[in-house]
Design a protein around this ligand. Structure first.
Ligand SMILES: C[S@@+](CC[C@H](N)C(=O)[O-])C[C@H]1O[C@@H](n2cnc3c(N)ncnc32)[C@H](O)[C@@H]1O
Length: 291
């Protein structure tokens, strides 16, 4: 697929599918998140990690690939900002974002690999779960664009999954076993029908990303080879486990909330380790004051 075809496919997917509101009040895209009550606190705290890595006040915050700014935590990133500049290739995303950010938002249909802004203008930037949609040849330009428009002395927080996570790979058979036990227990309880619906949802979550549109993730090695000479960045943890792992392992009757607190604390103790080996790193790009 050519670069243009990839972008058209992604745009159409989000316009027609990903940002359609379903009857449960969530976007179709949220089906790929773990929204169960047992995981709520953990997911919330992971979202809030972004705030530690960006300046809390300023004039313009860039949200590159904003989508509809779908989770309430996302709004906290720009609370101290005059304007949140939402950029997306999906017009539906921006129409939905306007409903939440309202007058504090500026809405720009654009491609993150070719940002239509002057350099050094943003006091903070976030880009969450977006760069993995870019064709291979646009990934490096997108990082460089984020860096170009960032003001000196400021930081950008970028979250995307690694292609392969050592932690998730080593826990694969444990996750599979827990899934089988979960199905068996559900059958025993006569809840097979309900469980099958969940299994169906899980199957699509297996890939940990929306099916039906283009995704290509990155590795720490790629980042080092392509970017370390050009921009200054650090790898922190955003969330070390994927949705499949969460749904298989953590359950309310099995003290899931407690174990998720333990997991969160472990991530806090070794954020760089979990950032590198877990599923979702938080890449913090910083631009020096004096270049
Ligand atoms: C998985 S969603 C994430 C949205 C939001 N950041 C979030 O975390 O909920 C990816 C978003 O990136 C947008 N996107 C994909 N490729 C893009 C590109 N080249 N330029 C701008 N936005 C893009 C999509 O339209 C979609 O809204």
């Amino acid at each position: 697929m050519s670069e243009t075809e990839v972008k058209n496919q992604v745009r159409q997917f989000y316009n027609k599918v990903g940002w359609q509101m379903l009857s449960d009040g969530f976007y179709q895209n949220a089906r790929y998140e773990d929204l169960r009550p047992v995981s709520k606190e953990y997911i919330h705290r992971c979202h809030m990690r972004i705030n530690r890595h960006i300046h809390q006040t300023g004039r313009f915050l860039l949200d590159a690939g904003s989508g509809p700014v779908q989770y309430p935590e996302y709004l906290t990133y720009s609370e101290g900002y005059q304007f949140r500049v939402c950029v997306d290739i999906s017009i539906v995303a921006l129409q939905e974002a306007r409903q939440r950010v309202a007058d504090r938002g500026l809405y720009v249909v654009a491609d993150v690999a070719h940002l239509p802004f002057k350099e050094d203008v943003f006091d903070a930037e976030v880009s969450l779960h977006t760069l993995h949609h870019l064709p291979a040849e646009d990934k490096k330009p997108a990082y460089l664009e984020l860096y170009r428009v960032l003001a000196p002395g400021k930081t950008a927080a970028v979250v995307n999954g690694w292609t392969e996570s050592g932690l998730m790979r080593s826990s694969f058979w444990y996750v599979r076993l827990m899934e089988i036990i979960g199905i068996w227990i559900a059958e025993k309880r006569g809840k097979q029908e309900k469980k099958q619906k969940e299994k169906k949802a899980n199957t699509s979550v297996k890939e940990k990303e929306p099916t039906g549109t283009y995704i290509q993730k990155l590795s720490p090695e790629w980042m080092r080879a392509e970017l370390s000479e050009l921009i200054s960045y650090q790898v922190w943890v955003w969330r070390s486990v994927n949705v499949r792992f969460l749904r298989a392992i953590f359950h309310r009757p099995l003290a899931g909330k407690f174990f998720l607190r333990v997991l969160y604390q472990l991530e806090e103790l070794a954020p760089h380790f979990f950032g590198k080996h877990g599923q979702y790193p938080l890449i913090v790009i910083s631009k020096p004051e004096n270049r």
